[in-house]
Design a binder for this molecule. Structure first.
Ligand SMILES: Nc1nc2c(ncn2[C@@H]2O[C@H](COP(=O)(O)OP(=O)(O)OP(=O)(O)O)[C@@H](O)[C@H]2O)c(=O)[nH]1
Ligand SMILES: [Zn+2]
Length: 310
């Protein structure tokens, strides 16, 4: 029995990267189909190798998390590529991405792009935003040249032993950044870019590229942030900066809305929490309440999936 991680799915074959760094082409044992478990890229698997050197997967280990688009398992971290301008920065979109990642236990990093297009005043503004997100525990990349050697070095150092995905709205600079990380990728960039955005309604194929001791997905994740896959109580935990102050709330169930003696609102009044974070929180809360019936269904599916993969 050998162990490895699936890095590519091709015409029914799964390419498994072994602990020794070899890539073995495998098939899934028929059993999986009966149990309705299909291996995903990113899965940690056990496999056996036959005499002719072809392998077959015998089991899939428990998944930490999964993504539907692209189909991927066991994502450790996500680089949230965030344009300061063109398209204009939206704290709402950034926070949406952060809570979606927190909910799936994927560690976010915030990578500001198009910093070269900012004037002095804008730089000061973004420096404050950058400092805030840094202060609440996120790695933030904010340099006058988004692709400076130091930015890229810091990013590449974070890849080791991680499965990393890139995300961010169209035009944010994901492909450009990936090309800077590895020019051999030679991904098409610009308005007509197709390589990383193969249409929102087709199933995207995803491969994991071994880079700097880790694996990097060649297809960006989370193409839509419209749906919140969490309830109100999960949302408040996903605002990582609120959690600390929530210890001061009078009620343990406090949702930091209109409850008396709320530690989060107190911190907000004292300027310790970024105003836009709280405003976005209120908006997400409303959206979650409005979509509740849909979520319940989703939550149910999520749990059954989890059980099946065990
Ligand atoms: N000035 C400047 N331009 C940038 C920067 N990053 C990306 N661009 C440009 O912005 C445009 C969009 O960049 P892409 O890398 O294609 O963006 P993307 O996020 O991959 O976009 P999609 O493929 O649509 O998802 C391209 O014309 C890039 O050259 C930057 O830091 N500074
Ligand atoms: Zn509270």
């Amino acid at each position: 029995m050998e162990n490895g991680q699936i890095i590519q799915l091709l015409a029914g074959f799964y390419d498994v990267l072994t602990d020794e760094g070899k890539v073995i082409r495998t098939r899934a044992r028929g059993n999986f189909r009966k149990n309705k478990i299909s291996p995903l890229v990113g899965d940690f698997v056990e496999f056996k190798t036959a005499e002719d050197d072809t392998g077959y997967i015998t089991s899939i280990l428990d998944r930490k998390n999964t993504l539907v688009r692209p189909p991927l398992a066991n994502i450790d971290q996500a680089i949230v590529v965030t344009a300061c301008v063109e398209p204009d920065f939206s704290s709402n979109l950034l926070d949406r991405q952060l809570v979606a990642l927190e909910e799936k236990h994927i560690q976010p990093q915030i990578y500001f792009s198009k910093t070269d297009l900012l004037n002095t005043e804008q730089v000061e503004h973004f420096q404050e935003i950058s400092d805030y997100y840094q202060s609440i525990g996120y790695s933030v990349y904010f340099e006058p040249d988004a692709f400076s050697a130091s930015n890229l070095k810091k990013l590449r150092n974070s890849f080791k032993d991680q499965l990393t995905i890139f995300m961010g709205q169209t035009g944010a600079g994901k492909s450009t950044l990936l090309n800077h990380i590895d020019p051999a990728l030679n991904i098409e960039t610009g308005a007509v870019s197709q390589a990383l955005n193969r249409g929102k309604h087709t199933t995207r194929k995803v491969s994991l590229l071994p880079i700097d001791g880790g694996l990097v997905a060649d297809t960006p994740g989370f193409s839509t942030y419209a749906v919140f896959e969490m309830d109100e109580y999960e949302l408040k935990e996903d605002f990582v900066d609120f959690v600390h102050y929530a210890a001061n709330c009078q009620f343990r169930e406090c949702l930091h809305l209109n409850e008396p003696n709320c530690g989060v609102k107190k911190a907000l009044d004292e300027g310790k929490i970024l105003e836009s974070r709280y405003q976005n929180y209120l908006q997400f809360m409303e959206l979650i309440r409005a979509q509740k019936p849909k979520y319940k269904q989703k939550g149910y599916q999520k749990k059954t999936n989890r059980r099946k993969s065990k």
